[in-house]
Design a protein. Structure first.
Length: 292
């Protein structure tokens, strides 16, 4: 179902549950969340629902006029929006798993609460996932404060996928890991311009991982364990999406797509303690178990 225009906002109709759901973990970012939802309100297709889970210690992020206005707008457009409170916080991975457990859609977009999507971005991601038939596709959010700062040395590892996306393994120290600078600053905006990517097209490329805006095949995410590894992690950790994506890439493959219509709002991080990287911690634990 396409979004309803303002002429039909009052025509509340029962619609089938969409097979794509946007999952937004939120923590003390009401202003940013309102902007994120405004980006979703500008998406025309495909049909999608939204699930927001908030872990703010005080009032939830949606208890803010700007967020509430966007929730009402999305619902008037015909989008299903569900608001969940999930406290106490037990870490990023557990929060992502909670969202997955509360969604039934066959495609799930994990969208951080500080990312704005340009109109048409969701449609391009859905088209890429359906065409490539891999485990996930992502649009790495761009920091547009760096738009006048080309970094050619950071995009030297760029390599498009030629048709089929194949499984591959990424680990620290491997050539594949060295792709990570591709997503720094506004590198993808410069790449898209230099490569002449059309406005309504997309180009898949090889990645180390993608943060902030990733559309998963639910089946691939579930079959590789999702984020259930949260149970062996300390609550203060980062890099949980890296580990989940590496597990998927090994079996189903994953890709980034150009152009990236995702914009990072460049607000201060809500995860200042990054002393524990989930992928390092869990992979080390698994290695120790194999040695026993």
């Amino acid at each position: 179902m396409a979004r309803r225009s303002s002429a039909r906002w009052a025509a509340f109709l029962n619609a089938p549950k969409p097979d794509l759901e946007v999952l937004i973990p939120s923590f003390e970012r009401p202003t940013e969340l309102a902007v994120t939802l405004a980006g979703l309100a500008a998406q025309e297709a495909p049909d999608f629902g939204i699930l927001i889970s908030d872990q703010s210690p005080g009032r939830p992020s949606w208890d803010h006029p700007g967020v509430l206005a966007m929730v009402r707008t999305l619902r008037a457009q015909g989008r299903e929006v569900e608001l969940l409170r999930h406290v106490p916080a037990r870490g990023l991975a557990e929060h992502r798993q909670f969202l997955l457990d509360n969604s039934t859609a066959s495609r799930v977009l994990y969208l951080d609460d500080d990312v704005w999507l340009e109109p048409g971005a969701l449609e391009r991601m859905a088209s890429a996932l359906d065409t490539l038939k891999c485990g996930f596709v992502g649009m790495a959010p761009q920091g547009l404060s760096y738009l006048d700062e080309p970094r050619p040395e950071e995009v030297s590892t760029f390599q498009p996928w030629d048709g089929t996306v194949e499984p591959e393994q990424v680990r620290p120290g491997t050539p594949e890991f060295q792709r990570w600078p591709l997503h720094s600053a506004a590198n993808l905006a410069h790449l898209s311009h230099d490569l002449g990517v059309a406005d309504d097209a997309w180009l898949a490329y090889r990645i180390a991982w993608v943060g902030g805006c990733v559309l998963y095949s639910r089946a691939a995410l579930v079959e590789t364990g999702g984020f259930k590894f949260w149970q062996v992690l300390p609550a203060n950790h980062a890099g949980e999406d890296v580990l989940a994506q590496w597990k998927i890439m090994e079996r189903f493959g994953g890709a980034g797509i150009l152009p990236s219509g995702a914009v990072h709002l460049e607000s201060p991080t809500t995860v200042p303690d990054r002393s524990v990287e989930a992928h390092q911690y869990v992979l080390n634990e698994e290695a120790l178990l194999h040695r026993k």
